[in-house]
Design a protein around this ligand. Structure first.
Ligand SMILES: [Zn+2]
Length: 301
């Protein structure tokens, strides 16, 4: 290999990488009013496809689409976009209790954790509109968690224990993260299945380290031009503690905003590849976008 090609290969993003937390479509209207009739899937398809094609050209093999049920989860749309773009799009099971429960259907409030878990397990076994959810996605606000949030975490933990699915949880702060680990322990769900989503909300790297040492994945989301330096510090703090092997990164980018004209501002998926990865020491891109997603989510080439 010529020296110049060798240098280019070092700088190139790893092939077959995975973005662990992005969105194609989100509707924040709330569980009472959410409906497929609120958007035109053809319009969403047309607007999202170029963004997926752009990130495919940079080596993205798959994307975990983290929009939960009652927030615009649309497996059929994802399937069409995956076929057209060549980027695998994974969907999820679970329910989102963050933002004070406005995205929860009535049954989430009345049913037991076991019964809710049965719903999630059934989705995993039978699929959702022809697509098998590949992970659990839930959401909770800051801790200490109210009983309804604790119940949903327990339902997700039971689901993970029974199915082996990884459990990604949008989490308000470090208190809520550690509280969820306790709930998983009680439910006898391995902590290695837990992905602490939005760990960047917690400013103390020792709390990140504590969760990671307990076995959890620590995911720093929302990487973008304004936050890149902070995110880089978060990842480096993990590496300094020898915890790069429990670290994930994502942009939490996209998406078609249901209810806004033309879907509002669709933030693309390429920044992480074009700007953030080049800031990392050699070898880290491979770990953060290939090796760790494979370990955390079973997302293998
Ligand atoms: Zn998200």
């Amino acid at each position: 290999m010529r020296r110049r090609d060798f240098l280019a290969s070092l700088l190139a993003p790893p092939p077959a990488s995975t973005l662990v937390h992005e969105h194609v479509l989100v509707d924040f209207i709330g569980a009472n009013q959410v409906s497929r009739s609120r958007y035109d899937p053809e319009e969403v398809f047309r607007l999202a496809l170029p963004h997926l094609q752009a990130v495919a050209r940079l080596g993205c093999r798959r994307m975990l689409e983290c929009t939960p049920n009652f927030l615009g989860r649309d497996p059929g749309l994802l399937r069409r976009l995956a076929e057209a773009s060549g980027v695998e799009l994974w969907t999820n099971t679970g329910l989102y209790a963050a933002r004070e429960f406005i995205f929860l259907p009535v049954y989430a409030k009345t049913e037991s954790a076991t019964k809710l878990a049965r719903r999630f397990i059934r989705e995993h076994q039978r699929g959702v509109e022809g697509t098998k959810p590949r992970f659990i996605k839930i959401g909770v606000d800051r801790g200490p968690l109210p009983p309804l949030s604790r119940k949903l975490v327990e339902a997700a933990a039971i689901t993970s224990r029974e199915t082996g699915l990884p459990l990604a949880s949008h989490t308000g702060d470090g208190v809520a993260a550690l509280e969820q680990l306790e709930i998983l322990s009680k439910a006898k769900c391995p902590l290695t299945r837990f992905v602490w989503v939005h760990a960047q909300n917690e400013r103390d790297p020792e709390v990140h380290a504590k969760a990671a040492r307990a076995g959890a994945w620590v995911e720093f989301d929302g990487i973008g031009p304004r936050s890149a330096e902070y995110h880089l510090r978060c990842v480096k703090a993990m590496a300094e503690r020898d915890l790069l092997g429990r670290t994930l990164i994502s942009q939490d980018s996209g998406w078609y905003h249901v209810g806004e004209p033309n879907g509002g501002n669709f933030r693309g998926y390429t920044y992480l590849y074009t700007d953030f990865l080049p800031m990392l020491p050699e070898g880290w891109a491979q770990r953060l976008l290939v090796d760790n997603p494979a370990l955390a989510f079973g997302a293998t080439a």
